[in-house]
Design a protein around this ligand. Structure first.
Ligand code: SF4
Ligand code: SF4
Length: 173
C-alpha cells in the first residue's frame, strides 16, 4: 500500500517538476550518482580496461569527479553526461542503463518506512506525509536522519485510538 502511494507521489508530484527544476539532481552538485562498472563505462564513455581505469583513479590521474568504493563508483561535482541541460531530459531514461538510484530519488522505500530526500526541491515532507496517511490509513511520524539532515523518514505509527486503548490497559493494571 505504502509502496504504491510513494510511487504515485513520485509520478504525480516529483516527475512533472523535473522539467522546470531550478537545481536538477542530475547536475550532481548536491547529489552523488552511484554507478556500477557497466553503467559507468556507458555513461562516461570509458573504453579502457577496468583495471587500468581503477589504477588511474588510485594514482589520482583519473577523472576528479569520480571515485571508487569497493565495486561501486560515485560521480559528483560535474553534470551527469546523460543529462541534457537545456531540456532537463535523461538520455538513458527508460533504458537498463539508468541507475536504480536515479529511479528511486528522492523517495525511498525500506520495508514500511518511506524516506524523502529534501535535496529535491519538489519534496514537501508534510504533503507527502498526509498523502501516505490517507493511502495507508495510518499516522506517519517524521524522523529526521541524525547523520544526514536532508533525509526524513516517515514511519508508520499505531493509530491513536489503539494507543489510547493500550494506555488505558496500562493505567488500569
Ligand atoms: S531535484 Fe527533484 S525535481 Fe529536481 S530534477 Fe531531481 S528529481 Fe526532479
Ligand atoms: S542517468 Fe539520467 S537520471 Fe541519472 S543522473 Fe544521469 S541524467 Fe540524471
Amino acid at each position: 500500500m505504502l509502496a504504491g502511494a510513494a510511487a504515485d507521489w513520485q509520478a504525480r508530484i516529483i516527475v512533472p517538476h523535473c522539467a522546470g527544476c531550478l537545481e536538477p539532481c542530475c547536475r550532481l552538485r548536491t547529489v552523488v550518482l552511484e554507478l556500477d562498472w557497466r553503467r559507468l563505462c556507458a555513461l562516461y564513455r570509458i573504453d579502457e580496461p577496468r583495471r587500468a581505469f581503477d589504477a588511474r583513479l588510485a594514482a589520482g590521474t583519473g577523472p576528479e569527479h569520480i571515485r571508487r568504493q569497493g565495486d561501486r563508483y560515485f560521480a559528483h561535482g560535474q553534470p551527469c553526461p546523460a543529462f541534457d541541460q537545456a531540456t532537463h531530459r535523461c538520455a538513458v531514461y527508460g533504458t537498463a542503463l539508468k541507475p536504480p538510484s536515479c529511479t528511486d530519488f528522492p523517495i525511498y522505500l525500506d520495508g514500511d518506512v518511506i524516506t524523502a530526500d529534501r535535496r529535491c526541491e519538489a519534496v514537501d515532507v508534510d504533503a507527502l506525509r498526509r498523502h501516505l496517511e490517507r493511502a495507508g490509513g495510518t499516522p506517519m511520524a517524521p524522523e529526521p536522519d541524525a547523520d544526514f539532515p536532508e533525509l526524513v523518514s516517515l514511519v508508520p505509527r499505531a493509530p491513536r485510538r489503539r494507543r489510547h486503548k493500550r494506555e488505558r490497559a496500562r493505567s488500569s493494571s
